[in-house]
Design a binder for this molecule. Structure first.
Ligand code: FAD
Length: 476
């Protein structure tokens, strides 16, 4: 039987964008219904993205640390893997978080419906339950938070040997040889997991650099380590053909260094970007517009061309990151409540959770050059950090970009252990309009890697205690 339901705010998709929007709207006193196909909120981030990948990367990091400890006089036996336990732990982490979000829904009186939704008209959603039942949901406002999915790849073959990030996280098997197509952050994170677990991993990247977009000097320490960990990293290289054979995937590569690389792989992992989940929502019957890549177009309050319908998170485009989705979700809920909130962050941090981690926030040096933005750049190499030496990780780098006149911090980049945690200080500094002297004069605890942030600020003035550079300007 079809039920006609009513709500003030319907949120389609319960990822970090959708649940943040739903919770904020409920906290602001609205009647909220949150819809998603999964049994609990969490979305890509919790079920098949950020959280399971980081749980596996933690295992990979332990394996690497244990191996490298031999150099410090501590020798462990080679690890014995119980993959059922590894998988169970990852599942447990995910379930604990998603169950918790389910409880938070109930505590806030957010109605959670496990179903797929699509627009019938601009105030009515069709609600498709897994068992085939179909309801309608009338809403005064809607927030589209339907996220993204792995992009399809040209010569794609439907085969159990070809994985996307979702299948790869299931860790069904550790192949002897793995080809990772795409040297972006997802390819490198998952490639690192499989390589640490013993697979011979080859990464192919179409452009001339890993992590296109990130500054070269930040990528360099990662690339050096990955060259040891992986079987091969092939840049400027394309996969032009893939054929399934009985004994593996036969892959034809085109690029400058492909002559020695294997052509047969047990598995292929495709990580060539993500596509917007906008096509299944029946947006045709609304005035909502999408761009050429299918991302929904929104204004600063995340309002679509339909004034009572908002869109947030991956479905509105880059940067496709969980924390950006959540921040947009809160803005959309506040806009619905009539508040003057807008999504205008000064900077959104990005983190690659490889070993070493790479993180940046605000203006990058690449962007400064491309956009012709004048910037003073200072670098603090971790070879001069006591804490980095105690960790045997002196290969890191902290860099800062400042406005040459005001010394306002425009950007920060970090390569090294814990970069993902350290970058938050840069985000705060940029958001608060801090100048280099603010970070330089803030006493940071010793010995910590956070001192590298302070020292890179001091290096703007040529005054870093632990490096000597001819002075550039005096701090006033
Ligand atoms: P999603 O999290 O994609 O959630 C959308 C939800 O909507 C999904 O549950 C989907 O099933 C549901 N849905 C779609 N259509 C409908 C419909 N019609 N009806 C009902 N429900 C629907 N980001 C980071 O910030 N840090 C990381 O470390 C990180 N690691 C990642 C690792 C991997 C392997 C992947 C794949 C992604 C990672 N991301 C990371 C990206 C992050 O997961 C996304 O940016 C984030 O999940 C986007 O949130 P969202 O709310 O926009 O959408």
């Amino acid at each position: 039987m079809t039920e006609s339901l009513h709500t003030e705010v319907a949120v389609i998709g319960a990822g970090p964008g959708g649940y943040a929007a739903a919770f904020r709207a409920a906290d602001l006193g609205m009647d909220v219904t949150l819809l998603d196909v999964s049994p609990n909120p969490g979305g890509t981030c919790l079920y098949r993205g950020c959280i399971p990948s980081k749980a596996l990367l933690h295992v990979a990091k332990l394996i690497t640390d244990a191996r490298e400890a031999e150099e410090w006089g501590l020798k462990f036996a080679p690890p014995e893997m119980d993959y059922d336990k590894v998988r169970a732990r990852t599942r447990q982490v995910v379930e604990q978080m998603t169950d918790g979000l389910g409880q938070l829904c109930r505590a806030r009186n957010v109605r959670y419906i496990q179903a797929r939704a699509a627009f019938i008209n601009t105030h009515t959603l069709a609600v498709f339950h897994e068992d085939g039942a179909e309801d309608t949901l009338e809403c005064a406002y809607a927030v589209i938070a339907s996220g993204s999915r792995p992009a399809l790849f040209g010569p794609l073959i439907k085969s159990p040997r070809v994985m996307n990030s979702t299948n790869a996280l299931k860790l069904e098997t550790i192949p002897e040889t793995l080809l990772v197509i795409g040297g972006g952050y997802i390819g490198l994170e998952l490639g690192s997991v499989y390589a640490s677990l013993g697979a011979k991993v080859t990464v192919v990247e179409m452009t001339g650099t890993l992590l296109p977009g990130a500054d070269r000097d930040l990528v360099a320490p990662l690339q050096r380590r990955l060259e040891h960990l992986m079987d091969a990293i092939l840049l400027n290289t394309k996969v032009v053909e893939m054929k399934e054979q009985q004994n593996g995937m036969h892959v034809v590569l085109e690029g400058p260094d492909v002559s020695n690389s294997p052509q047969l792989f047990d598995r292929v992992l495709v990580c060539v970007g993500r596509s917007a989940n906008s096509s299944g929502l029946n947006l045709h019957d609304t005035r909502i517009t999408t761009n050429a890549r299918g991302f929904i177009e929104v204004d600063a309050q995340r309002r679509t061309a339909e004034p009572h319908i908002f869109a947030i998170g991956d479905v509105v485009g880059e940067p496709m990151l969980a924390h950006k989705a959540s921040a947009e979700g809160r803005v959309a809920a506040e806009a619905i409540a009539g508040m003057k909130s807008v999504f205008e962050p000064q900077a959104i941090p990005a983190v690659v959770f490889t070993d070493p981690e790479i993180a940046w926030v605000g203006l990058t040096e690449n962007e400064a050059k491309k956009q012709g933005v004048p910037a003073t750049v200072a670098r603090f190499p971790w070879i001069a950090s006591g804490r980095a030496s105690t960790l045997s990780r002196a290969d890191g780098l902290t860099k800062m970009l400042c406005d040459p006149d005001s010394n306002a911090i425009l950007g920060m980049g970090i390569a090294g252990s814990g970069a993902g945690e350290l970058i938050a200080e840069g985000a705060l500094a940029i958001e608060m309009g801090a100048v280099a002297a603010d970070l330089d004069m803030t006493i940071h605890p010793h010995p910590t890697l956070s001192e590298t942030v302070m020292e890179s600020a001091a290096a703007i003035f040529g005054q870093s205690t632990h490096i000597y550079r001819p002075p550039r300007k005096e701090r006033e």
